[in-house]
Write a protein that binds this ligand. Structure first.
Ligand SMILES: CC(C)(COP(=O)(O)OP(=O)(O)OC[C@H]1O[C@@H](n2cnc3c(N)ncnc32)[C@H](O)[C@@H]1OP(=O)(O)O)[C@@H](O)C(=O)NCCC(=O)NCCS
Length: 159
């Protein structure tokens, strides 16, 4: 029997491109989500100002409750989904899925043909989400993260 559809968040969550005014909220989300390999305020500011990065934020009542960071390279048609985070109190409501869909849309609009990402091999929640959204495992990197954890690589065709 198929699973019943998950209830979508009933409220006004809005997804848009981040601006420099979101920097403080982005830093807070980053620090409350990741223990290692956090992006610093300086790195986030650089990505916000860069033409080769796109940060999308999900906001509720103007407060950032989720974000996704995508990198582009001029000579490549593979975009890199560098990071996704949803505030702990907002998880399980489809926001991660919505952010990933918007990231894929942004990449397609910029001419990318594939989206690629790395995920910790112990992050089963994120892996399940990626697989549900059509990302396929495409390799691994041993000892990839600061704490020695391996990374799994996933890719999705945007065709
Ligand atoms: C991975 C992450 C972005 C997903 O965001 P989300 O808004 O919970 O995503 P969704 O609601 O679309 O789907 C989450 C999945 O977790 C399940 N889930 C349900 N309740 C949950 C909860 N309270 N907390 C986490 N996950 C929950 C959902 O049912 C769904 O499972 P499924 O894919 O098997 O259907 C979020 O968990 C997160 O920010 N994690 C920490 C950062 C991280 O690991 N980022 C990825 C690597 S950079």
């Amino acid at each position: 029997m198929s699973k019943p559809p998950k209830p979508r968040p009933a409220l006004a969550v809005h997804i848009r491109r981040a601006t420099i005014d979101d920097l403080a909220d982005l830093v807070e989300l980053e620090n409350s989500t990741f223990v290692i390999e956090r992006m610093s305020a300086r790195q986030l500011r650089r990505h916000l100002e860069s033409l080769s990065a796109e940060i999308l934020v999900a906001t509720r009542q103007r407060h950032v409750v989720g974000a996704v960071v995508v990198f582009f390279r001029r000579a490549s048609d593979i975009a890199r989904l560098y990071s996704i985070a949803v505030a702990a109190s907002e998880r399980g409501n489809g926001l991660g899925e919505a952010l990933l869909a918007r990231a894929a849309h942004a990449a397609r609009r910029r001419g990318s043909r594939r989206l690629r990402l790395e995920v910790r091999s112990d992050n089963v929640t994120a892996q399940r989400l990626y697989e549900r959204l059509g990302y396929h495992p495409s390799g691994s990197h041993a000892d990839y993260y600061e704490d020695g954890e391996d990374a799994l690589r996933y890719e999705k065709s945007l065709a």
